[in-house]
Write a protein that binds this ligand. Structure first.
Ligand SMILES: CC(C)(COP(=O)(O)OP(=O)(O)OC[C@H]1O[C@@H](n2cnc3c(N)ncnc32)[C@H](O)[C@@H]1OP(=O)(O)O)[C@@H](O)C(=O)NCCC(=O)NCCS
Length: 161
């Protein structure tokens, strides 16, 4: 197996419904089933054609394959990060932060004023969001429903873009 790629070996490109197989493969590897954070294929396929929805891929220039993705939806002057995931084999090498910074840049370029996201309380991604300038603005109790019936709060984060 090729060695894990770093952020400077990535190019961020727009994705489409044609990339759904790759997106679902990353999603299944990145999200555990325990917390109910992952989306199903039909949820992803359903949202992709909608107005304001954008899929962005972190493509490894070496292999030509995506190792991470973000999914956002923009309405009026606000962008929401719906999903972000990096294949576990490529995590902690800056790819997630690259996708997050790309989301903010894209939002700014399209005249957005704020970016929002939700994250399960306790998810390590919170550290990345705080470092990228997001601040917690709310809590949604029992937002995520895990596979064993447990529920988990979501924290709402926001930043100006
Ligand atoms: C969240 C996620 C996308 C981060 O991707 P990544 O490529 O590993 O992130 P980066 O390497 O850019 O991390 C940048 C910094 O964020 C923080 N960070 C990222 N993931 C972290 C984790 N699991 N625990 C603690 N800190 C974390 C660290 O400070 C990290 O810097 P460091 O590695 O120098 O310490 C990835 O862990 C993932 O796919 N998780 C599963 C899916 C998920 O939970 N997505 C978020 C909710 S939609």
């Amino acid at each position: 197996m090729a060695s894990p790629a770093t952020a400077d070996e990535m190019s961020i490109e727009r994705g489409s419904a044609d990339d759904l197989d790759a997106v679902m493969a990353i999603m299944e590897r990145a999200f555990g089933t325990l917390y109910g954070e992952a989306w199903t294929r039909s949820q992803c396929a359903g949202i992709l054609p909608m107005s304001g929805v954008s899929l962005r891929l972190a493509n490894d220039r070496g292999s030509g394959k995506p190792v991470g993705f973000s999914l956002t939806r923009s309405v009026a002057d606000e962008t929401e990060l719906l999903l972000i995931a990096v294949d576990p084999a490529h995590q902690r090498r800056g790819v997630g932060r690259l996708l997050l910074d790309d989301m903010v840049e894209e939002a700014r370029g399209h005249g957005m004023r704020r970016a929002h996201l939700e994250v399960r309380d306790g998810n390590g991604a919170m550290t990345m969001y705080l470092a990228a300038g997001f601040a917690q603005i709310g809590r949604r109790r029992k937002y995520y429903h895990g596979s064993d019936g447990a529920t988990f709060d979501a924290l709402t984060f926001m930043r100006q873009v």
